[in-house]
Design a protein around this ligand. Structure first.
Ligand code: SF4
Ligand code: SF4
Length: 398
């Protein structure tokens, strides 16, 4: 009988005493969100009219988009609600109603417009994507022609839902863990048992895969001012669980708190981990090489709007996740892909922002350097070795 995790792991711990900036400690933490949210499920999606495109053909279309200098990576925020309360994020203060966020029809319209650019990597995030009861249908719609990935806290994953996600055509799931110490992780996530929930989610995701030759599970960690020494332990945790490990630095754009930036020494430490655990560390080494520069001077030449862009929970397109309100570039609901692309190009040309070195920016940007391209595309195009998990628990293709 599997160990049961207390239900408190599904809701914020409103007594967690971390500070929020600017001066809003505790505000908004009483927002209550029922689990899961979103419109009722429809038994059979009427939105899928064709068979999914073959994997090889999708890879060819992705490569073509890259060679034509079109966007290759889209971050898509499926909901801005969240049941956690992380110290380095403010999304948990949102309280969108289901009708205010994208419907399945919106996803179908958006996926088709994206197809005009090629078959793209679509990174589904939020908020907490698992809050949407129809997340597997969203994935199925996007997987027709694209490569959907998802990032989650692990909350809301069950064996059944993990299976649905893989069957829908998900290419990878990243589970967020920022501290190898369970108490610290729970504290910073603002939720009791968050660590146990994340580990259980990883185990369930691994064991429910339908084709481990391409379905990836990884831990993703946010590097802040107080967890640099946790990185080796997190990397070893990923290795022990048999999953990949990815890391990205905190950005001041999330909360406005300058003090949470990561400390000196990150590049050296992360490159050492890449050297020691090449099978586990999934980050491109050229991306890791720039962590120091990112925190000291900021990195110029952001490719947001050119190689990547964001779609928010109401179909608003922007150059990246941080500019959907201040610099919208149209909507996948109301504008053609051509119009949206023109606005994104303008936004990219005007862009002087150096505020982040998120993995969506950094991992995409290094593709445009010969070394970065080699390190990333080699594994993406030719990877045939499947992840087996700690207990060899890939179930094999079906
Ligand atoms: S970082 Fe993620 S899990 Fe944490 S509050 Fe923000 S959206 Fe939720
Ligand atoms: S550096 Fe680029 S990706 Fe990062 S917040 Fe600024 S515009 Fe967005």
């Amino acid at each position: 009988m599997p160990e049961l995790i207390p239900l408190e792991s599904l809701t914020r711990d409103d007594s967690a005493p971390f500070e929020l900036v600017p001066g809003e400690a505790g505000s908004g933490r009483s927002v209550s969100i029922d689990l899961p949210i979103g419109p009722p499920l429809v038994a059979e999606s009427p939105l899928l009219t064709a068979e999914p495109r073959a994997r090889l053909s999708k890879k060819g279309r992705l490569l073509k988009a890259f060679l034509l200098d079109r966007p290759v990576w889209v971050t898509w925020q499926v909901t801005y609600n969240c049941n956690y309360g992380c110290s380095f994020c403010t999304y948990w203060q949102n309280d969108f109603q289901p009708h205010e966020e994208n419907s399945l029809h919106d996803f179908a319209v958006g996926a088709e417009k994206l197809s005009e650019l090629g078959s793209l990597i679509v990174s589904l995030a939020g908020g907490e994507p698992m809050l949407r009861r129809d997340i597997h249908q969203i994935i199925e719609i996007l997987a027709q022609d694209h490569f959907p990935y998802m990032t989650t806290s692990g909350s809301g994953i069950t064996p059944k839902r993990a299976r649905q996600i893989w069957e829908a055509g998900c290419w990878g799931v990243s589970v967020s863990i920022d501290y190898a110490d369970p108490d610290k992780h729970d504290h910073h996530r603002g939720v009791k048992y968050a660590y146990r929930r994340a580990i259980t989610a990883i185990e369930q995701l691994l064991s429910e895969r339908t084709d481990p030759s391409y379905q990836r599970v990884q831990i993703i960690s946010v590097l802040t001012d107080d967890n640099l020494e946790e990185m080796p332990k997190l990397c070893e945790l990923a290795r022990d669980l048999g999953v990949y490990w990815q890391v990205q630095p905190y950005s001041v754009m999330k909360t406005g708190n300058e003090k949470q930036r990561h400390l000196p020494g990150a590049t050296e430490l992360l490159l050492d981990l890449k050297e020691r655990y090449p099978e586990t560390v999934h980050a491109n080494r050229v991306y890791l090489e720039k962590f120091e520069e990112a925190v000291n001077d900021g990195i110029d030449g952001c490719i947001a709007g050119r190689a990547m862009f964001n779609v928010d929970n109401r179909m608003v397109v922007s150059k990246c996740v941080e500019f959907n309100e201040t610099e919208p570039c149209g909507s996948l609901r109301d504008h053609s892909m051509e119009e949206v692309l023109d606005r994104l190009h303008d936004a990219n040309e005007r862009n002087t922002c150096t505020a982040c070195w998120y993995s969506c920016r950094g991992e995409t940007e290094v593709l445009y350097t010969p070394r970065g391209f080699y390190h990333s595309m080699h594994s993406f195009l030719y990877q045939s070795r499947g992840q087996q998990g700690a207990n060899g628990n890939g179930k094999g293709g079906e």
